[in-house]
Design a protein. Structure first.
Length: 272
């Protein structure tokens, strides 16, 4: 989801929707400056400053990663001293004064931004247990499209791609989040019948924050070549078929840019 924060009603919505990010933590802070060439003087002049803050938090049994992009920044401070860490949030404060948005990301003001407007971009999913040492890969996709994929669609697409799989549904439990529509494991046909066979865990949930759906892919157990192939192929199929955004770690990626981002990361790993 995306939401522009410009006026006081938007500020109220932001604080209500996020609960002020209470109990969350800041994972990334970035500042970028845009400069333009002044043809009259031949010098580059500052044309704008943007600050982006990424926050992980939980609210209403949902794990959320929010990217707050603040543009037209006129004041920005980030102060840490003697090992202090301002990443843990109690609750943020926000106000609109004289047409300027002011954000305090902690009570002491170590992270403080004044800007003209802000944009919230967020990916959310039902809270899952933390990844263990064996669960090292997770990919989340969220879309506002009203029609979501089915298990049959996944199986048919994998079969066409030459990687046939079988489906093993997860038993429904009383504590399961009400937004979860279905979940289970996609197992490569080559491991069918193997004792303790593992595959790619798939969870589909929705609707959430309005119309749409989300999908979480997880690799459980040993990541052999076949499992990694299914995981990568599933992510590609979803991003190509549905409009939305992906979440990898703390990075939110527009679905249309998934392939380019993936190719860049693979090349970077190959160069290391």
């Amino acid at each position: 989801m995306k939401y522009q924060v410009v006026n006081i009603e938007d500020v109220r919505w932001l604080l209500g929707h996020t609960g002020g990010f209470r109990g969350g933590y800041v994972t990334d802070v970035q500042m970028s400056k845009r400069r333009l060439l002044d043809e009259a003087s031949g010098r580059e002049v500052l044309a704008g400053i943007t600050v982006t803050v990424v926050i992980r938090y939980r609210i209403r049994q949902m794990a959320r990663v929010a990217k707050l992009t603040m543009t037209g920044v006129t004041d920005f401070s980030m102060f840490e001293q003697e090992g202090a860490d301002c990443s843990t949030l109690g609750v943020i404060q926000a106000e609109l004064t004289d047409g300027k948005l002011r954000f305090w990301f902690d009570p002491q003001g170590e992270l403080y931004v004044v800007c003209e407007e802000a944009q919230l971009e967020e990916v959310a999913a039902p809270s899952l247990e933390p990844l263990s040492l064996e669960q090292v890969a997770q990919w989340t996709f969220q879309s506002e499209m009203p029609d979501w994929p089915t298990v049959a669609w996944f199986l048919a697409e994998l079969d066409v791609a030459g990687v046939p799989c079988t489906w093993r549904a997860t038993a429904t439990s009383s504590g399961r989040h009400p937004s979860i529509q279905w979940e289970g494991d996609l197992l490569p046909a080559s491991v069918q019948g193997t004792v303790d066979a593992t595959g790619v865990h798939v969870m589909l949930y929705g609707p959430l924050d309005g119309p749409g759906f989300g999908v979480v892919l997880r690799v459980r157990g040993v990541q052999d070549r076949r499992i990694c192939q299914v995981f990568s192929l599933l992510a590609d199929l979803i991003a190509q078929r549905f409009s939305g955004r992906c979440l990898v770690g703390n990075t939110i990626i527009p679905g249309g840019e998934w392939q380019n981002w993936k190719s860049f990361e693979q090349q970077r790993e190959a160069d290391v």
